[in-house]
Design a protein around this ligand. Structure first.
Ligand code: B12
Ligand code: SF4
Ligand code: SF4
Length: 354
């Protein structure tokens, strides 16, 4: 074969593999699938600045692997393409009683496993067509700026609340990425910003977690405080702002006008499960390890663990001045967990006298 014929064959195989990936992504139920070239992400230097400012709080795993974020090769050597998928988790259900759990954790499953399963199916299809190429599917835990690659692949822009927002599906979606050594056809990066003069998210954040538009200080973010800060107490100055959130926070997405018409056809695994509708704040406060496992095993709350969730529930009780919870809060003063004792003591001090 001459070199022109060779080039033609290689360009045909790039086209064929790219088309199959795009069609399979939609068949596998992803709401969006787009592809970016593996380049050094423009968000790398902002990430280093974010770390230097200490905005990552005690999420040391980000800092430890900062060099690897500079290029997708830090996750998979010789990566040429990054396939980014988005999966919507929005639906009409709502949980707005004595306590709130972030929408992404309303269901009976952990989104990591849902995304991984679908991405694995896609990598199998890729392997059948191009067995010589190596692929790796990641959600959250690899040193990859997923939102940056989603923007580079053309899915949307960074809102002032730091969320990746799509004009078509808003921001209630998870991202996943498949890194591959295969060359593919790429989508154009998203260049525009559709926030305009709106600042609803910046105004609504209950704990003022945005030092500037598009930058989040995790130290102040309820999502970090309730999910990731597992062994240390929450600063007293931030407790009132936590309101009744016991896991995550959705405020800066709920107020975003781009989410007003967000589609609601998310997979049924993400719908609000009945157990969460029927339990009270008192039930959460009374959970021991066994009961916690029964209620939350396999969901995103499992990783956060019983002690931090009971601590958060105690703060929610204090914030709502729930005198009826005085006996259970008093019993938690002798709980084996210091973060629970501390929060229970604080909550009792918030209650109006009998
Ligand atoms: C650590 C982390 C957190 C931390 C810190 C969040 C943050 N804003 O940085 C905490 C625990 C607070 C958190 C909270 C939440 N998270 Co989170 N989180 C992550 C994780 C694991 C890493 C994010 C990270 O590296 N942050 C560091 C900052 C610097 O990077 P970044 O925000 O991702 O990207 C920014 C930079 O690249 C910068 N940038 C790029 N170019 C440029 C150029 C200039 C000039 C500037 C100034 C900036 C800039 O802007 C980008 C967007 O903000 C990602 C998964 C992943 N591996 O990417 C999920 C992820 C971002 N989280 C997600 C979700 C769903 C949430 C919550 C909604 C959960 C909840 N309901 O409680 C909240 C939302 C809070 C919020 N407003 O961000 C989704 C977001 C999906 C989406 N549509 O955007 C992700 C992608 C997980 C996933 N696989 O789906 N999260
Ligand atoms: S998730 Fe909640 S606390 Fe965190 S930045 Fe958004 S509104 Fe603020
Ligand atoms: S609330 Fe307004 S400023 Fe914030 S992300 Fe949405 S459109 Fe942008």
């Amino acid at each position: 074969m001459d070199s022109a014929t060779n080039n033609q064959a290689s360009s045909d195989s790039i086209t064929q593999l790219s088309q199959t990936i795009r069609a399979s992504g939609i068949e596998l139920g992803f709401d969006v699938l787009k592809i970016a070239p593996a380049i050094s992400p423009p968000g790398y230097h902002p990430l280093i600045e974010w770390l230097t400012n200490g905005y990552h709080a005690d999420m040391d795993w980000i800092e430890r692997r900062q060099a690897a974020y500079e290029h997708p090769n830090g996750v998979l050597q010789n990566t040429r393409s990054v396939i980014v998928v988005a999966l919507n988790y929005h639906n009409e259900d709502s949980l707005e009683g004595e306590f709130r759990i972030s929408r992404y954790a309303h269901g009976s499953v952990d989104y990591h496993s849902v995304l991984r399963k679908r991405m694995k199916s896609l990598t199998r299809i890729m392997r059948d067509i191009a067995p010589q190429e190596i692929t790796r599917a990641v959600v959250d835990t690899a040193p990859l700026l997923e939102r940056d690659f989603a923007r580079l692949a053309g899915i949307g822009w960074f809102g002032k609340n730091t969320m990746l927002i799509s004009r078509e599906i808003g921001s209630w979606f998870f991202l996943g990425a498949i890194l591959t050594t295969a060359e593919l056809q790429y989508d154009a990066p998203f260049k525009k910003d559709y926030c305009g003069s709106c600042d609803a998210c910046l105004q609504a954040c209950p704990t003022n977690a945005f030092p500037e538009p598009g930058v989040l200080d995790a130290n102040r973010c309820i999502s970090y405080l309730t999910i990731e800060r597992r062994t240390r107490p929450v600063d007293e100055s931030l407790r009132a702002g936590m309101g009744n959130w016991v896991f995550g926070c959705d405020v800066c997405q709920e107020v975003c006008p781009w989410n007003r018409f967000a589609p609601s056809q998310s997979p049924s695994e993400f719908h609000l499960r009945d157990e969460l509708r029927s339990i009270s704040l008192e039930t959460l406060l009374r959970l021991d390890d066994g009961e916690f496992q029964k209620l939350f095993k396999g969901t995103p709350l499992e990783r956060t663990g019983r002690d931090a969730i009971v601590r958060n529930a105690a703060i929610a009780a204090g914030n709502q001045n729930k005198g009826s919870l005085r006996p259970v809060l008093t019993s938690l003063l002798s709980d084996s967990s210091p973060i629970v004792n501390d929060a229970a003591k604080w909550a009792l001090a918030q209650l109006a006298p009998d």
